[in-house]
Design a protein around this ligand. Structure first.
Ligand code: ATP
Ligand code: MG
Length: 445
């Protein structure tokens, strides 16, 4: 063992967790991803502890389908790597194991973390600070460094029990979003937790526990100190969550939204009110995102259309722009406080230019225009669908949907010709070093 890889300490610093036996909870092995089970079984067979952690346990207890299954263990990354051939160690400041499976599936296995570990394995300071020794923690420190009590539960496959160091089971039962530890301190340590608390409250219909809510309302400005890249990634997740409208409203009433999307709070927040043009469009967006993965470009473009002086449903939105230049001009004044990456802004610009062109072209001409050859036509179909409130865009939507269908068929034909069967690298959504690309869940972040 090198000096850089000390074993995590066994034991739990004297704090006894509440253990819920199989009869006292609803998590069943059958609902857990088969590969995650295999990983945990192998670790346990080799004498390590291995728990299902975080959102996976929370969602199973809420009877929802988890987005990902993350594992925490007392095995160090090096030992994990020795056990799994399909494993890659990632992270410079804090090392995690990624275990790769078919169909681009990656399961994140993290060694119990200490309270002093960096919040984000790829945070800004990573580039300037030298790699540090990993001092791993105990299962208790690992539970306590997590954000919300409902995210701090462990499912133990060796006993089928839930281990609860943080009171998460009670909070789940009482539908409460509670920060682990002192909310003010935890928000100072990582202001992004304010957004996460609001997300889970809005998404699950839970109540923000009093001290958590008042800490957010008092310290909302802390969000300005968080890494802008992380804030953008979290907001992106919210916008694509299928509960975006509820989240935006709660971000607004807890005073956070003014630091991120102040443009949505103009005129005493009329955009976010029930029945508004914006709300109707975002209800549509949420319906779609609950069913499928939706391109963030189309959602951001939708938001930008409301960042005008005339968010009025009686004037067709496209008529507020003369031409492409006008749209580009408009976009330069959008998202003043949110760090939307330049590349994303370019995609929004392309999409809105196409949208404007389509809506200002007579339908007959549009039918013959080979729309399928245009970039962003897939996103255009989403945009038209969401804004088609009184079926005003029926004709254009039909043409756009036919074009996306044609594109899909062309892509399928190309795919079968090249016989590649998808992403040959098997690294969809990952950069070259195997790290999750921004916007993907960081299971054990
Ligand atoms: P989702 O369903 O949106 O993926 P999640 O809770 O799984 O929800 P992730 O971002 O995947 O969210 O994070 C996995 C786990 O890592 C969380 O459940 C939580 O325990 C921990 N975590 C994530 N972000 C933080 C943070 N900023 N501070 C402390 N713990 C965090
Ligand atoms: Mg997750």
């Amino acid at each position: 063992m090198t000096s850089k890889e000390k074993s995590p300490t066994r034991g739990n610093n004297g704090i006894e967790p509440r253990v819920y036996t199989r009869k006292e909870h609803t998590v069943s092995r059958n609902d857990i991803d088969y590969d995650a089970l295999k990983i945990m079984y192998r670790l346990i067979r080799h004498g390590f502890r291995a728990y299902l952690v975080g959102g996976g346990v929370r969602d199973l207890l809420l009877d929802k389908k988890p987005k990902d299954f993350d594992i925490a263990t007392d095995a160090t990354p090096r030992k994990i790597k020795n056990l799994f051939r399909n494993c890659r160690i990632i992270g410079r400041r804090f090392k995690l194991a990624h275990i790769f499976f078919k169909d681009n599936k990656i399961i994140e296995v993290s060694t119990f973390r200490d309270a002093s570990d960096p919040v984000d394995i790829e945070d800004d300071s990573e580039k300037t600070s030298p790699p540090r020794d990993n001092n791993y923690g105990t299962e208790q420190t690992d539970a306590c460094r997590r954000d919300l009590t409902i995210n701090g539960l462990f499912y133990d496959l060796s006993t089928f029990s839930i281990i609860d160091y943080v009171g998460g089971m009670d909070d789940l039962k009482n539908k409460l979003i509670r920060i682990i530890g002192d909310p003010r301190e935890r928000f100072i340590e990582d202001p992004v937790r304010m957004i996460r608390a609001v997300r889970h409250a809005a998404r699950s219909g839970f109540t923000l526990e009093d001290t958590c809510e008042s800490a957010i309302k008092t310290h909302h400005k802390l969000i300005l100190e968080a890494s802008q890249v992380r804030v953008y990634e979290e907001i992106k997740k919210d916008l694509c969550s299928g509960s975006s409208l509820k989240i935006l409203r709660l971000l607004s009433s807890t005073s956070i939204l003014q630091h991120l999307l102040p443009e949505l709070e103009v005129n005493n927040g009329e955009l976010l009110q029930e029945g508004s043009f914006f709300s109707r469009v975002f209800e549509n967006i949420d319906v779609t995102s609950a069913e499928e993965e939706v391109p963030i470009t189309a959602i951001l473009a939708s938001i930008s259309l409301f960042m005008t002086a005339y968010p009025d449903s009686t004037v067709p939105l496209h008529e507020q722009y003369e031409d492409k230049e006008d749209i580009i001009d408009h976009l330069t004044s959008c998202f003043v406080k949110l760090a939307v990456p330049r590349k994303e802004k370019e995609r929004i610009e392309e999409l809105l230019s196409l949208w404007h062109r389509v809506l200002t072209t007579p339908v007959d001409k549009l039918k013959k225009s080979n729309l399928e050859r245009r970039r962003r036509v897939d996103e255009l179909a989403y945009l038209l669908r969401w804004f088609n409130l009184d079926n005003i865009y029926d004709e254009q939507l039909e043409i756009a949907l036919a074009a996306t269908e044609k594109r899909k068929n062309q892509a399928r034909r190309k795919g079968s010709k090249s016989n590649s069967g998808g992403n040959a690298s098997g690294n969809k959504g990952r950069n070259r070093r195997g790290r999750k690309r921004p916007g993907q869940n960081s299971g054990n972040s």
